[in-house]
Ligand binder design. Structure first.
Ligand code: NI
Length: 136
């Protein structure tokens, strides 16, 4: 089995908070990312897919196809957007990187499978020091 990882970047605004909690409580639980006036991150998204090489092609999914899927299903929907208010697949969720990774997994999985590949991992870095991985 071969694993391929495609790296993409996007910039987005968010706020981590629970509706109904006072700002002080949100600050205590979610830290700086609970700022009521929003803030942004330069996210790095790594999507790893796996599959068996087709002997007639020497690969199992075209990298330009993988790029196109990630752009259409994710990047175009999140880049320069507010994750809390503008991104359909994040509606009703707390805008943590954990929830973002799960939501992106759910967006990508069926489409990647349509191309005969399997989604292996969605990895998102919110900062250089904080990385979340989701394996389904
Ligand atoms: Ni943040």
């Amino acid at each position: 089995m071969i694993y391929i990882t495609r790296r993409e970047t996007f910039s987005a605004a968010h706020r981590m908070f629970r509706e109904g909690w006072p700002d002080e409580k949100n600050l205590e639980i979610f830290g700086k990312c609970s700022n009521p006036e929003w803030h942004g991150h330069n996210y790095v998204l790594n999507v790893t897919v796996k599959g068996d090489i087709r002997e007639d092609l020497g690969f199992f999914i075209n990298l330009s196809t993988l790029k196109k899927i990630i752009h259409e299903m994710v990047i175009e929907k999140v880049d320069h957007r507010n994750l809390n208010t503008e991104v359909e697949f994040m509606k009703g969720k707390i805008a943590t990187t954990e929830n973002l990774a799960i939501a992106i997994w759910n967006e990508l999985k069926p489409v990647i499978e349509m191309y005969g590949a399997k989604l292996h991992c969605v990895r998102i870095s919110e900062t250089e020091n904080n990385t979340i991985e989701y394996y389904g």
